[in-house]
Every structure is written in structure tokens, then in C-alpha cells.
Design a protein around this ligand. Structure first.
Ligand code: WQD
Length: 328
């Protein structure tokens, strides 16, 4: 069985990657400090996959422990999903975001190098792309004018990886730029971490549907878009997880650094998401317009052609079927 380390493997994206990896005959080894997830998710992964799932409760900044784990397993690839991901919290606590996201990555890269593991897939984000540039966003679209500490950490880590690849030919680095991951595994066992205050659109809509919130706040209605609300590229998290498999299968030996957009290539407005959610779940979602949320860009969606051409990957779900039975 092919060992693959997956940092943040107990998180929203990481758990879905674990399921896809096991389905394809890999044996993922989870590295997670459970700061944004719960240990109970390991049992859920074992129920879904029917397999024992190896995991280590480890903070990537603990180099001693990380080195000892690397020594125990012969494994040549790391999928790096570990990282804090709330835009709002990053503004409240920038130092902890830089320390966690960048500090963890630097520690991981050093331990990988010492163990001669030079293949990494990094979980990046559409947030690194500059605002107001020609759409759809391509991998060579301009990046770097990130608007908040969370986005800055993703951009800075990309730059670190670009420098590594440029100065040390042993590295094989894939940067996966996720657009807006939504929904969850059909079993309903891998929900987004909903015990805290949500920080994304769909978890908020779900809270309204569950009557835990009286209505959805729509952040702004006067953007220059078809209905005045922001447009995003919503990709089913299972499609996103399968994108990592495609990277492993079709890209693993490629030296240097490669960047891929993982999105559907289609933009949907907030109002369109609400309508699709209502239709697919036969429920009404009350909403009220409020002021714009600082840092939001009006429109963001990708051109996913490169991943299709080089990795033979494309999203299978669309917005409508991503939202079917999401409440079950
Ligand atoms: C989507 C749209 C909001 C909530 C961020 C990160 C990205 C990725 C996903 C982490 C926006 C609107 C939202 C609400 C609303 N990373 N909205 N009312 O900001 O596009 O991307 O999260 O997971 O890296 O940048 O996603 O889901 O927060 O917002 O109107 O209650 O929904 O204004 O237009 P975003 P989001």
C-alpha cells in the first residue's frame, strides 16, 4: 500500500482527501493536532472507508516528534492541508495565523528535507489572486495583493515553495489553488466543523435552515454583478479531494513547481446559491442585505483547463447537485 502523509488530515478538506486516497489504494497517514477538528472524526473515516486509518496527534512545529514519525514510515509524499482558514479570525489574531500556518510549513519542509522526502502538494487558495484582473482566473494570473493575514499566509507559503523549487532541484512541488469548497461526503459523517461560529456561506445557510440563525446576512448588494451580490466558484469537496489524487497519479514525478486551479470554472452569485439551496432542499432561506464584508472581492472563478489537460481532472458536481440533501 502506498503511504502518503497528510497534514491536517482530520480537517474538512483533509478527511475528504483521506477517503479518496483510501478508495484509490493509498494508505494515508494523518498528521493533525486536532486544533480545528475532533478525534472522533478518525472513527468516522474508518466507518466510511472500512479500513484502519493511521494517525498521529502532532503539531507540525514539534520537529522532534515529526522527525520520529517520518522515520517510522517509508513515505515519499506529503499532502499539506494543515492550517487555520478563517479570514475573520486571522484579522483578530494575525500573529497566531502567521505562526501556525507559516511556522508549521517551515517546520514540515525542514523535517521532510532531513528525511529526504521531496514531494509535496500544498493546499493553497484562490484568495492569493489579485482582485479586479481579467477573469476567469488562470494559474498565471497575478497574485500577491492578498487582503488579510489568512490570505497573506497562503501567498507567503507559495513564495517559499517557489524559492525552494528554484534553488533545489530535488523538490517536486504542486500548489493546489482551491476555489470555494462546499458540501461534504454522501455519508453525512464528514460535516464541516460546525460547532464554532461558521465562517463560510454554506455553513451559515445551513444554520439558517436549522433555525439556529433567524436569517442569512447577505454581505452587500451593489457589486457590479448580475444581481449585485458576490460571485464565487463553488466546488464540491469530493471533487477537490479527487484533484489531489489526479496530482498524485499524473504529476508525482514532475520535478520543480506546478500550480493548478481546482474549481468548476463556473461562477455563482450569493443569491443563486440561496435559490439552489432552497430548491434542492425544499426549504426557504430568509435573508437580509447588510453592508459589504471588508476584503471581499466582487467576482472570483477559475479556468480549470490546465488541470484537465495535464491531470485529466475536472469537477463532476455542479452547484445544484452539490447542494442536494445537504441537510441530511
Ligand atoms: C462566499 C461569498 C461572501 C457568508 C474564503 C477564503 C477562501 C476559502 C473559502 C477557506 C462571499 C458571501 C458569506 C455570509 C454572505 N478558504 N457571504 N453571507 O470569502 O469567498 O473565501 O473562504 O475555507 O480561501 O478566502 O468564502 O464562504 O466566506 O463567502 O453574503 O453569511 O458569500 O460575501 O461573497 P470566500 P465565503
Amino acid at each position: 500500500m502506498k503511504n502518503i502523509f497528510i497534514s491536517g488530515g482530520a480537517g474538512y478538506i483533509g478527511t475528504h482527501c483521506v477517503i479518496s486516497l483510501i478508495k484509490s489504494g493509498y494508505s494515508p497517514i494523518i498528521l493533525d493536532n486536532f486544533s480545528s477538528s475532533h478525534k472522533s472524526v478518525i472513527k468516522k473515516l474508518q466507518i466510511i472507508s472500512g479500513k484502519r486509518v493511521k494517525f498521529y496527534n502532532v503539531d507540525l512545529r514539534d520537529k522532534k516528534k515529526l522527525r520520529s514519525i517520518f522515520k517510522k514510515h517509508s513515505c515519499e509524499i506529503v499532502i499539506h492541508c494543515a492550517g487555520f482558514k478563517s479570514v475573520e479570525k486571522s484579522i483578530e489574531k494575525p500573529i497566531s495565523y502567521f505562526d501556525n500556518n507559516i511556522g508549521s510549513t517551515l517546520s514540515l519542509l525542514e523535517c521532510m528535507k532531513d528525511q529526504k522526502i521531496f514531494k509535496i502538494i500544498f493546499s493553497s487558495s484562490a484568495t492569493v489572486y489579485n482582485d479586479s484582473q481579467p477573469l476567469p482566473l488562470k494559474e498565471n494570473s497575478k497574485i500577491g495583493k492578498t487582503q488579510n493575514p489568512y490570505g497573506n499566509t497562503k501567498y507567503i507559503i507559495e513564495r517559499i515553495l517557489m524559492d525552494l523549487a528554484k534553488n533545489d532541484s530535488r523538490w517536486s512541488i504542486s500548489i493546489a489553488r482551491y476555489f470555494n469548497p462546499i458540501s461534504s461526503h454522501e455519508s453525512g459523517l464528514l460535516k464541516e466543523n460546525s460547532n464554532g461560529v461558521p465562517n463560510n456561506l454554506i455553513p451559515y445557510i445551513i444554520k439558517v435552515a436549522q433555525k439556529k440563525l433567524p436569517y442569512l446576512k447577505v454581505f452587500g448588494k451593489n457589486y457590479k454583478t448580475k444581481d449585485g451580490t458576490c460571485i464565487r466558484d463553488y466546488i464540491h469537496v469530493t471533487d477537490l479531494a479527487d484533484g489531489h489524487l489526479a496530482l498524485l497519479k499524473n504529476n508525482k514525478l514532475k520535478k520543480g513547481l506546478n500550480i493548478y486551479n481546482f474549481g468548476t470554472g463556473k461562477g455563482s452569485s450569493v443569491l443563486e446559491v440561496i435559490k439552489a439551496f432552497e430548491k434542492q432542499n425544499k426549504i426557504s432561506i430568509p435573508y437580509k442585505y447588510t453592508k459589504r464584508r471588508p476584503g471581499d472581492v466582487a467576482v472570483s472563478y477559475c479556468d480549470p483547463k490546465k488541470a484537465f489537460k495535464e491531470l485529466n481532472w475536472k469537477a463532476n458536481f455542479n452547484l445544484q447537485n452539490s447542494l442536494i440533501d445537504i441537510l441530511k
